[in-house]
Design a binder for this molecule. Structure first.
Ligand SMILES: Nc1ncnc2c1ncn2[C@@H]1O[C@H](COP(=O)(O)OP(=O)(O)OP(=O)(O)O)[C@@H](O)[C@H]1O
Ligand SMILES: [Mg+2]
Length: 339
């Protein structure tokens, strides 16, 4: 028989790593809070080798919350996502459900929501030939572009691209920490991106946002509610005359922080509803924990165009502000009741 109110918290770990959500700094606050509020918490460590043995135990849970990056240890999430779909079909409330990841958790969301207030000039290339045919036109239009692979994290697969020093070169800077700008001829440049189109995945091209120098706000969401904020002043690709500056620390704030009231109203009062309608997502299908990253275009102007979306994260949102924990607890209980 199914044990009631049991929530699995799944994190990634190799077998030789002794990880546990009750010990790990990023998750122990949540694990303890849920345990102290009437939920039985199971710590689940995942890697692809463990997928088969986890199948049946996972089906015994009421809810499964997953923190696994789009790419972990060089592997994508195809094995895990298939397992999560199966577990969800068996009646477990899974978050983030792979169908919701496909809808709002890939870089395609930038293209599909570019008409919203938070939108920017974004192109999507569905094939390598499409990319080669149109990319230089976008550089001519706006000088600097940012190429984004379909699914990634930590700046992996994010490239700032501009015209190079010679007439036939382009300069490319990877957003991964410690990267150095390369100057490439057009054929070498294109070849570098060919691999991103495997498995029919598209490549996304977003205009460079020079307001990156205002820092970035991470808006943490629990289903359709704002659950907290993060602010980071120096972020990847921050422009500098000399060598790249390493990202600064992110500071966390509760959902009530007055600095972000306007963004909270935009998210809860307008944008989340638009997203739910556009993608046919009910509040139950929205992730229990997700975030949206925003550039601050003009700090002095109060308008719905003050913020531009940089990306949405749904696969592995951690760390998260302490204020999110009570929201997660409430949302998990709501979903258990709905089962
Ligand atoms: N259009 C842009 N203009 C300027 N900088 C950008 C742009 N897009 C991305 N960046 C920079 O590159 C970083 C990584 O990009 P993005 O957030 O899209 O990818 P990610 O790898 O999924 O990141 P994360 O690990 O934060 O989830 C951003 O945090 C920002 O610093
Ligand atoms: Mg991301």
């Amino acid at each position: 028989m199914k044990s009631s109110r049991t929530v699995g918290l799944m994190i990634y770990g190799l077998d030789e790593q002794a990880r546990d959500v009750f010990i790990d700094e990023k998750y122990k606050g949540l694990a303890e809070y849920l345990s102290n509020h009437g939920i039985r918490v199971e710590s689940i460590v995942y890697n692809n080798q463990k997928a088969a043995q986890l199948r049946e135990p996972l089906k015994q849970l009421d809810t499964l919350l997953v923190w696994v990056n789009p790419v972990e240890n060089g592997e994508d999430r195809s094995v895990l996502d298939a397992l999560l779909v199966e577990v969800s079909k068996a009646g477990v409330a899974v978050s983030t459900h792979p169908h919701a990841i496909q809808k709002i958790g890939t870089k395609r969301v930038l293209h599909e929501t570019k008409a919203m207030d938070w939108g920017s000039d974004v192109e999507l290339y569905s094939s390598f030939e499409d990319f080669v045919g149109r990319f230089m036109g976008s550089l001519d239009r706006s000088g600097i572009r940012v190429l984004k692979r379909f699914r990634g994290d930590s700046g992996n697969g994010i490239y700032k691209v501009s015209r190079g020093p010679g007439s036939d070169t382009v300069s490319v800077l990877h957003a991964v920490r410690g990267s150095v700008e390369e100057h490439l001829t057009a054929p070498v440049f294109y070849e570098k991106f060919r691999g991103f189109f495997t498995n029919d995945q598209p490549l996304i091209n977003q205009e460079w946002n020079a307001n990156i120098t205002n820092g970035m706000i991470r808006c943490y969401m629990c289903s359709d509610k704002v659950a907290g904020f993060g602010y980071q002043e120096i972020i990847a690709l921050y422009p500098s005359a000399e060598k790249p500056i390493p990202p600064s620390r992110r500071y966390y704030y509760s959902e009530n922080c007055g600095l972000f009231t306007d963004l909270r109203h935009l998210m809860e009062g307008r944008w989340v509803n638009q997203i739910m309608q556009q993608y046919q997502l009910s509040a139950d299908m929205l992730p229990v924990l997700w975030d949206a990253d925003f550039f601050i275009n003009d700090p002095y102007v109060q308008s719905s165009h003050k913020y531009t979306l940089c990306e949405i994260n749904v696969s592995c949102v951690s760390p998260f502000p302490e204020s999110a924990i009570a929201y997660i607890d409430q949302e998990v209980k709501r979903r258990i009741k709905n089962l």
